[in-house]
Design a protein around this ligand. Structure first.
Ligand SMILES: Nc1ncnc2c1ncn2[C@@H]1O[C@H](COP(=O)(O)OP(=O)(O)OP(=O)(O)O)[C@@H](O)[C@H]1O
Ligand SMILES: [Mg+2]
Length: 248
């Protein structure tokens, strides 16, 4: 599903997701074609109920499409077996949530080490990597803190460290600054932007100024994309829509 020269990380073809509620059909995602390259930050913006979270869940294989094909990192995620799905979720994608979703009775260090434990990384190595990541994210003095002993911005930085712990190619963040003040939010976006030099970061946001930090902004409304997907020729030239590079 690509020409072999420049592999896009994400490829959606005619993807739809419908829900049935009381005899009524809701087309949360209504026929989306989308190609996202490896690395860089993509912002998903659109009104409430437009399908942003549904799109993220489909790309992260948290949910299956009603129809269409979804490729991520060479995996056809809509066709994976349960076993392959588990591997995919552990290795290829990392999630960041609005409510942080840290394990409350584990320290910052243990929260970041946990996904590596699921992935079979040895104890000493996961402690090393967790403390190094937390140090990079400005939390070197917070390793033994429980989530309730951290500020919102600090909790979200722990959650981002956890999301990148297994070095996934894709980070999915659904309104990661929704519960933060604007200053902490800015810090989170700068961190995501930094991470996007090595990985693809797909982020749902309501904040336009934060969306402006992205390399590309995708508008969604009523389950449909508002911008045209880039042509293969444009991808070859490396000229995707709105290619403004982050100034850093
Ligand atoms: N499990 C479900 N069952 C039925 N309908 C659903 C389900 N999940 C989402 N929907 C509907 O699908 C549509 C898209 O929902 P989604 O959560 O993707 O929107 P969103 O863009 O993330 O909105 P918000 O900005 O408020 O988070 C909405 O109309 C929603 O009510
Ligand atoms: Mg949502």
């Amino acid at each position: 599903m690509n020409d072999g020269s420049m592999l896009p990380l994400i490829e959606l073809r005619a993807v739809s997701k419908s829900y049935r509620k009381g005899g009524e059909r809701i087309d949360a995602i209504a026929g989306i074609d989308l190609v996202v390259e490896e690395r860089g930050m993509v912002a998903i913006v659109g009104p409430s109920g437009s399908g942003k979270s549904t799109l993220m869940h489909l790309v992260g294989a948290m949910d299956r499409p009603t129809s269409g094909e979804i490729g991520v990192g060479g995996h056809m995620v809509n066709r994976l077996s349960p076993r392959e799905l588990t591997q995919f979720r552990r290795r290829t994608v990392g999630f960041v949530f609005q409510m942080f979703n840290l394990v409350p009775n584990l320290t910052a260090l243990e929260n970041v080490a946990l996904p590596m434990e699921f992935n079979g990384v040895a104890r000493a190595e996961r402690a090393d990597r967790a403390s190094s990541l937390l140090g990079q994210f400005g939390l070197g003095q917070r390793l033994r803190h429980l989530p309730r002993e951290l500020s919102g911005g600090e909790m979200q930085r722990v959650a981002i460290a956890r999301a990148v712990a297994n070095a996934p190619r894709l980070i999915l963040a659904d309104e990661p600054t929704g519960n933060l003040d604007s200053r902490s939010g800015q810090m989170i976006y700068e961190l995501l932007q930094q991470i996007s030099r090595e990985r693809t970061v797909m982020v749902v946001t309501h904040a336009q100024d934060l969306a402006n930090l992205a390399n590309r902004v995708i508008h969604i409304r009523d389950g449909r994309l508002q911008d045209r997907p880039p042509s293969v020729a444009a991808l070859r030239r490396g000229q995707e829509s709105a290619p403004a590079q982050p100034s850093s």
